[in-house]
Design a binder for this molecule. Structure first.
Ligand code: OGA
Ligand code: NI
Length: 441
């Protein structure tokens, strides 16, 4: 191929640029050695709701400022009995302590995303965690497929472990409290946007909200992995109960630093999700967050994700847009958005062609298992797919059942696998990359 001198130069610069971006991405998927323990996200006292329900203006301003400046805040005096919280935390501990076979009896499957799951990926990098998910409404009704023209609906049921009946009971009680708190917050946030307090309530007639129990086991190489990779929550708002082990980090809006959220006993952490960002036409941005793990302590957390009815069209609220501030988002259908996301996530797992076992543990030891076949496999993968080969997990190392895919990317790129970050970037765009994705006007 004949390439004109100038053009070639340009191509090289583009490649350099691309490599630089790739490296940057790769680093972003790893924790920094030190995160800043903040001056913390705002701590808001909700007691005026009980004591002075007629004069909430101070509280409303506080919440509005927190949503705008941080996208995150903690609440105390929220009215959720601490007994109820302790009960659900203790049941979650018991559940994750069950033998794997027992937990797998309630595994998530192809048709139903609820139940137990231990190999979740965020932006196609495996998270160091196990989860248990359930829907707030049971059964829940959602679109059967992601196809826009397909009007068929399906019903999904929660799965509960028979051997631990208290899990269901504790979750039901705690979820009812979360729901009450979610609607109080929804009203306060509506007021903070200058809207009538019940302006948003109509979106939740058939809410698709869900709850997750997260379990982050101790990790032998915490500097190489994350409990949850950086992400934004897609829903309206999230209420998170974290135990007393720190781990959640929030990306500070002012300077992009990761700020560790110090646990406050009995508090809940609130963040606005993508839907609030769209509704508020960017006034309240959905902020990135992630979870770091540590080598000593396990950590538990329980997020409640407030989601609207599946038939909701998500778009900037008409009261909040005008000629000076036109809509910045195209509308999208919530149920179809979720279905598309699940569909693409399923698709992407097909691209995890084989497992490579390659891990840098704690610094110097390079553990390379099945190494001699690695190059050969790499070659075969490249021939078999138009995407460059790719995925790393450590399932077969029994002591590392959670897998650690981060550091090996770099090792792999030295092993003439080409550049393994490319498919990852492509895939993250296809799957989780909706924030930069197709619905932005
Ligand atoms: C999540 C999440 C944070 C945590 O599950 O979306 O951000 O502390 N969890 O577990
Ligand atoms: Ni989250």
């Amino acid at each position: 191929m004949l390439v004109h001198g100038n053009k070639k130069k340009k191509l090289e610069t583009e490649t350099q640029k691309l490599n630089w971006t790739k490296n940057k991405k790769a680093l972003e998927h790893r924790p920094k050695p030190h995160s800043i323990e903040a001056q913390n996200i705002p701590l808001i006292d909700l007691s005026p709701l009980l004591k002075h329900p007629d004069s909430l203006s101070g509280l409303v301003v506080e919440i509005g400022d927190a949503c705008q400046n941080w996208g995150f805040f903690q609440v105390i005096n929220h009215g959720v009995p601490s007994k109820c919280r302790q009960k659900v935390e203790s049941a979650a501990r018991k559940f994750f302590a069950l033998p794997k076979e027992e937990k797998r009896k309630v595994s998530r499957d192809e048709g139903n995303p609820f139940g137990y799951y231990d190999s979740e990926h965020t932006k196609n990098v495996r998270d160091w965690k196990e989860v248990f998910d359930f829907a707030v409404q049971n059964p829940i009704i959602i679109p059967a497929s992601h196809e826009p023209a397909d009007m068929e609906m399906k019903e999904l049921f929660n799965k509960w472990p028979e051997s631990l009946p208290e899990l269901r009971e504790a979750c039901d009680e705690h979820t009812a409290e979360m729901e009450k708190l979610a609607f109080k917050l929804l009203e306060l946030i509506a007021l903070s946007l200058g809207l009538p307090k019940d302006r948003l309530n109509g979106f939740f007639k058939d809410q698709t909200s869900r709850v997750r129990l997260n379990y982050y086991p101790p990790c032998p190489a915490p500097h190489l992995t994350l409990g949850v990779g950086r992400h934004k929550d897609t829903g309206v708002l999230t209420i998170l109960a974290q135990d007393n082990v720190a781990g959640l980090e929030v990306k500070r809006k002012t300077d992009g630093q990761w700020i560790l959220v110090k646990p406050t006993p009995d508090a809940y952490i609130i963040n606005v999700g993508d839907i609030f960002q769209v509704w508020s036409n960017d006034k309240y941005e959905s902020v990135e967050h992630r979870v770091v793990v540590n080598s000593e302590k396990e950590r538990f957390s329980i997020p409640y994700f407030l989601y609207p009815s599946h038939y909701t069209w998500v778009e900037p609220l008409e009261e909040l847009i005008n000629e000076q501030n036109p809509a910045r988002f195209k509308r999208y259908n919530w149920g179809k958005f979720r279905a598309t996301r699940n569909y693409e996530l399923r698709g992407s797992t097909l691209l995890k062609l084989e497992w490579i076992i390659l891990l840098e543990l704690g610094g110097n030891t390079l553990l390379e298992l099945g190494g001699s076949t690695l190059l050969e496999q790499g070659r075969r993968w490249r021939e078999a797919t138009s995407l460059w080969a790719t995925f790393v997990a450590l399932d077969s190392l029994s002591y590392l059942t959670m897998g650690n895919p981060r550091e090996p990317w770099i090792a792999l790129s030295y092993l003439t696998m080409g550049n393994p970050r490319e498919p990852w970037i492509t895939l993250s765009y296809l799957t989780m990359g909706y924030n930069e994705g197709p619905w932005i006007a």
